[in-house]
Design a protein around this ligand. Sequence first.
Ligand code: PMP
Length: 393
Amino acid sequence: MLSNLKPQDPDKILMLMEEFKADTRQGKVDLGVGVYKDPQGVTPVMRAVKAAEKRIWEEQTTKAYTSLAGTPEYRDAMARMVLADVPQDRLASVATVGGTGAIRQGLELARMANPDLTVHVSDPTWPNHLSIMRFMDLPFVQYRYFDSDTRGVDFEGLKDDIAKAKRDDIVLLHGCCHNPTGANLTLDQWHEVIEILDRTGAVPMIDLAYQGFGDGLDADAEATRLVARSLPQVLIAASCSKNFGIYRERTGILMTLTGDGGARDMAQGAMAFLNRQTYSFPPDHGARIVSTILSDEALRNDWKDELEEVRNTMLGLRDQLASELRELSGSDRFDFIARHRGMFSRLGATPEQVQKVKDESAVYMVGDSRLNIAGLNRDTVPVLARAIIDAGI
Ligand code: PMP
């Protein structure tokens, strides 16, 4: 029976990681996989995370099951972090296995509510969005998102395309720090998106995987909060992998906002049911780290400080790269790198140019010319800038 299995397409980013490991050249630079690295190339355990783990180790007296939805402490803390003013009467939530688990459960929930659903998703988007939907046999269409001339958002294209969404379709939006492009909507543009969603009756699902990596913890949630205030139904899939640096703990949350208490209770029940069918109880360790940090003022402040250091490091690298490229190219055509936000920027280079950068300069970025800004440091920025110019980008 198992011999009937077909080979799966390998994940391109993970393949690139393997290729990078096997490269023996001195001074190679990995700008592939989406993991934050400090200037020494290390993905550190954050100070507050270490302190919270110590506290948990000292104080935890049982590892018995929690609840299908995860602990109320975690869900409340996350709702406050993401939404600030929490509309308790409209909110349902479950802890999930990372942000990926939240996306998967959110799509399952949407399909339970509307079996005729189409999902509208940005072109390009995080490849796993598409792969999950293909696996689920969930119909999807892509809306225009990236303008390859300006390397900003093709907002007219986006509006035209999402206006075609039907009532109770899902429109999947990145809440901040768009992956893979780094190009984001302004708040004014979010207002316009909300108007379209309101008119069509399509339901937004917001993927919030990088809160705190763009313009700040609150600023990065501003669009999500606006959507939550403005529309009757919203799904939010948030991840703690990046902003708490707890990638392997698999810590995420699915939140839904509904019109009234009855619908909220129904959503809560369906979401707990989905957890039970998939993995029963969600993982607790990462969630407990997060709730320990967010509920303690000293730990919370220390975590926020460190998150700001991370964010400012990335902004500094963006500015440095844009200014090196301004000098080398004698133009401002790379200034978009300083305007982009989050861990990624899409350069808008051809696959051949990306290959040339890899072959000649040992700098690895994803084939669609996405580069992980956090893979750089002050010394490797000039190497990348030179390689970009030499490859004719
Ligand atoms: N959404 C986006 C856009 C992402 O980039 C990621 C992580 N690469 C996720 C969701 C999921 O993150 P995780 O499952 O690791 O929490």
